[in-house]
Design a binder for this molecule. Structure first.
Ligand code: DX5
Ligand code: ZN
Length: 226
C-alpha cells in the first residue's frame, strides 16, 4: 500500500545539466511531488550552483511545485526575486539568518511556503520559538554544498526530536530530509517522522530515475508506527 502522506522531491543538482528539459520532463512524468532546487552562493557553502534564471527556466518546464533551497548568505535580499522566478517553497538557513522571524514573515508575505534548513550541527530545539511560522523544516543530513554525500546517521534522532516539538506545538510543519537519502534509509526516516524526502543522486543517478521515484513513493504505510 502506498504511503499517502509523504512527498518525494528529486533534487535537480544531480541531473544532467546538458539535458535539463528532459530531466524535468522525467520529473513531470514521475510520481514526484516537488522539484528541489539547490541555490548555492560560494559563501554560505563552498560551492556555487545557479540562481533565479535557472529557477525561472525550471518553472516554465516543470508541472510540480518548486522547492527552492537557498544556501546563501543574506537570503532576505533575494526572497522576492526567487518568488517571482516561480518558487513555491522557499527555504532559508537558520545559520544565515540573524533575524529569522522577520525573514520567515517576508517569505510568507510573498505567498510562498516558508522553510528553515538546519546544518547537521544545529540543534533542532533552536526552532522552538518560531516553529509556528514554518511550513517546513529541512534537516540537512549531509553538510550542505554538494550532492552525492554520505548520510549522517545522527539525523534520525534529530528527526524524532523535531517531530516531538511539532506535535507539542501542533504546527502543520513538514519535516524534510536533504542529503544522502535513498531506499536504504527512507523508511527509517519516515518512521522517525520525516514527510518530505529530497533525493538527488539516488533518483537522477539511478538506471531508471522514474522507477526510483516510484519506489521512494511506495514505501508502505503499514510498516510505519507513529
Ligand atoms: C546538498 C543539497 C542537496 C543535494 C542532495 O547541499 O542541499 O539537496 O542535492 O543530493 P543527494 O541526494 O545526492 O545527497
Ligand atoms: Zn537541498
Amino acid at each position: 500500500m502506498a504511503l499517502p502522506n509523504h512527498l518525494v522531491a528529486p533534487s535537480l543538482l544531480a541531473a544532467d545539466f546538458t539535458r535539463l528539459a528532459e530531466e524535468i520532463q522525467m520529473v513531470n512524468e514521475s510520481e514526484a511531488d516537488w522539484l528541489h532546487l539547490d541555490v548555492m552562493d560560494g559563501r554560505f557553502v563552498p560551492n556555487i550552483t545557479f540562481g533565479m534564471l535557472v529557477v525561472e527556466a525550471a518553472r516554465k518546464l516543470c508541472q510540480k511545485p518548486l522547492d527552492v533551497h537557498l544556501m546563501i548568505v543574506e537570503p532576505e535580499r533575494y526572497i522576492d526575486a526567487f518568488r517571482a522566478a516561480g518558487a513555491d517553497v522557499i527555504t532559508v538557513h537558520y545559520e544565515a539568518c540573524p533575524h529569522l522571524h522577520r525573514t520567515l514573515q517576508q517569505i510568507k508575505a510573498t505567498g510562498a511556503q516558508a522553510g528553515v534548513a538546519l546544518t547537521p550541527h544545529t540543534p533542532v530545539e533552536v526552532l522552538e520559538d518560531i516553529l509556528e511560522l514554518t511550513d517546513l523544516v529541512c534537516i540537512m543530513s549531509v553538510n550542505p554544498g554538494f550532492g552525492g554525500q554520505k548520510f549522517i546517521p545522527r539525523t534520525i534522532p534529530r528527526v524524532r526530536r523535531l517531530k516531538e516539538l511539532i506535535l507539542a506545538y501542533q504546527t502543520p510543519t513538514r519535516i524534510e530530509i536533504d542529503g544522502g537519502v535513498g531506499l536504504h534509509n527512507a523508511e527509517t526516516l519516515l518512521q522517525a517522522g520525516a514527510n518530505v524526502l529530497v533525493a538527488g543522486s539516488s533518483v537522477f543517478g539511478a538506471p531508471n530515475p522514474r522507477e526510483a521515484v516510484r519506489q521512494l513513493k511506495s514505501i508502505g504505510i503499514e510498516t510505519l508506527r507513529f
